[in-house]
Ligand binder design. Structure first.
Ligand code: GTP
Ligand code: MG
Length: 213
């Protein structure tokens, strides 16, 4: 699948202010600075689409991007266009946030994730350079409790040797196994080398198709 057009649509402070839930939607979440906005830009071939920053806490609201894609795979002869939403969310674990701001964040995110009818998958981003972090495992446990579909994306793979990434992935799933009977699909990505781009886009394509059936 190829993204043919990606445009910023709207930033919303709450789920009821989000655009009509009339097409498939995919959200990106994870620790502040893990690379959510960069991954969205990488997938959309547009470095300027979602605002990124070396300082954590850049993304504050629920940001919708309208995506148009075509998939030669599915078309018999002719390419068929499809439209869906990508959503960039503010990260968790940003140290400079007050208790009050954290509570506000939790409420906004939980509300959005649990109430958004067209949300087909949540991509939970984990920094591939680190060993399993409690904050990520706890967030994933929340998703389990809410029975929401998710996949894991290990980011910034270019910053580590492949062996170290593999080790961190294994350690992460070993930790998850303590609480989880089944493990989710996962991807290893880099916004710099574009590693994982096709895999993530193919996954989205499959979800889009499944939603239509
Ligand atoms: P918040 O919106 O603050 O929660 O952050 P975010 O998760 O959206 O992270 P963002 O995409 O802004 O990236 C944070 C920093 O990491 C930036 O300096 C990016 O250039 C860098 N970065 C993101 N992804 C990658 C990657 O795959 N490889 C490398 N080397 N750097 C990355
Ligand atoms: Mg961001």
């Amino acid at each position: 699948m190829q993204i043919t057009k990606a445009t910023y649509l709207i930033s919303s402070p709450s789920v009821d202010k989000c655009p009509q839930p009339d097409r498939p939607e995919y959200a990106f979440i994870g620790r502040s600075n893990v690379g959510k906005s960069s991954l969205i830009n990488m997938l959309c071939n547009n470095a300027k689409l979602a605002k990124t920053s070396a300082a954590p806490g850049k993304t504050q609201l629920i940001n919708h991007y309208e995506i148009f894609s075509s998939s030669p795979r599915s078309a018999r002869g002719k390419e068929k266009g499809v439209t869906w939403y990508l959503v960039d969310l503010p990260g968790y674990g940003y140290a400079k946030r007050s208790q009050q701001q954290r509570k506000q964040w939790s409420r906004m995110i939980e509300d959005y994730l649990r109430k958004r009818k067209n949300l087909l998958n949540i991509f939970v981003l984990i920094d591939a350079r680190h060993e399993p972090q409690k904050i990520d495992l706890e967030f994933i446990d929340d998703l389990g409790e809410w029975q929401l579909p998710f996949t894991i994306v290990f980011t910034k793979a270019d910053k580590e040797k492949p062996g170290a990434v593999e080790r961190n992935v294994k350690l992460f799933f070993d930790k998850m196994k303590e609480n989880w009977e089944f493990l989710p699909p996962y991807f290893v990505t880099s916004a710099v080398s574009k590693k994982g781009k096709e895999e993530v886009l193919d996954f989205i394509e499959d979800c889009n198709k499944a939603a239509k059936e």
